[in-house]
Design a binder for this molecule. Structure first.
Ligand code: ZN
Length: 165
C-alpha cells in the first residue's frame, strides 16, 4: 500500500494497517477512521482515421516514448465522456465525437480503471500536445507494439463489435 497515508487526516494520529472488509487498509487507532482508497479513472480513446487509428507517442511515464492510444485521467466531478474528448484534443489537436463505449478494464491490485471509447474525427488539426512527443495514424495491420496490459484485449473487443456493424 502507498506510504502517503501515514497520519490520520481527522486527528493526526499515526495510522496503522489491518484487514478491514476483506483488504489491508490504513486505519486510525485513536479515532477509528478508516482510509478507503478510491480507484483512479482514466479515459482511453481509439480515434478512427480512415482505415487506421491515431496513436500518441507518450511524453510522460509510464511507458514514455511508446506509442499508445490517446488517454488521460478523468478529473473528479468531470463527465467521463467529456474527459475522453478533452484528452484527445489535448494530446492530438483533433476534435472527436465519441462513437461508442468499447469496455471498462481493470486489474487486481491496480488502482486504475480504464473506460475505453472509439471515436471519429470531426475537426481540428494534428498537433502533439504537451505530454505527447508525436501523433501519427497507423494502419490497423501495422500498429506499433502496444505498451499497456489491456491494449490487445481492447483492440479485440473493438474489432469484434466493428465487425457486426
Ligand atoms: Zn484519527
Amino acid at each position: 500500500m502507498s506510504d502517503e497515508y501515514n497520519f490520520c487526516n481527522r486527528c493526526g494520529e499515526r495510522l496503522a494497517q489491518k484487514r478491514i472488509e476483506g483488504r489491508m487498509r490504513h486505519h486510525c487507532p485513536a479515532c477509528g477512521h478508516v482510509v478507503f482508497l478510491d480507484p483512479k479513472v482514466a479515459a482511453v480513446v481509439l480515434v478512427i482515421d480512415g482505415d487506421g487509428l491515431v496513436m500518441v507517442k507518450r511524453g510522460v511515464e509510464p511507458q514514455c516514448g511508446k506509442w499508445a492510444f490517446p488517454s488521460g485521467y478523468v478529473d473528479r466531478g468531470e463527465i467521463v465522456e467529456a474527459a475522453a474528448v478533452r484528452e484527445v484534443k489535448e494530446e492530438t489537436g483533433l476534435d472527436v465525437t465519441l462513437d461508442r463505449l468499447i469496455g471498462v478494464y481493470s486489474l487486481e491490485s491496480n488502482p486504475v480503471v480504464l473506460v475505453v471509447y472509439s471515436a471519429r474525427i470531426t475537426g481540428g488539426a494534428v498537433e502533439a500536445g504537451h505530454d505527447a512527443l508525436a501523433v501519427k495514424t497507423f494502419a490497423l495491420d501495422a500498429l506499433p507494439s502496444l505498451p499497456f496490459p489491456h491494449d490487445a484485449q481492447i483492440l479485440r473487443d473493438w474489432q469484434a463489435c466493428s465487425d457486426r456493424i
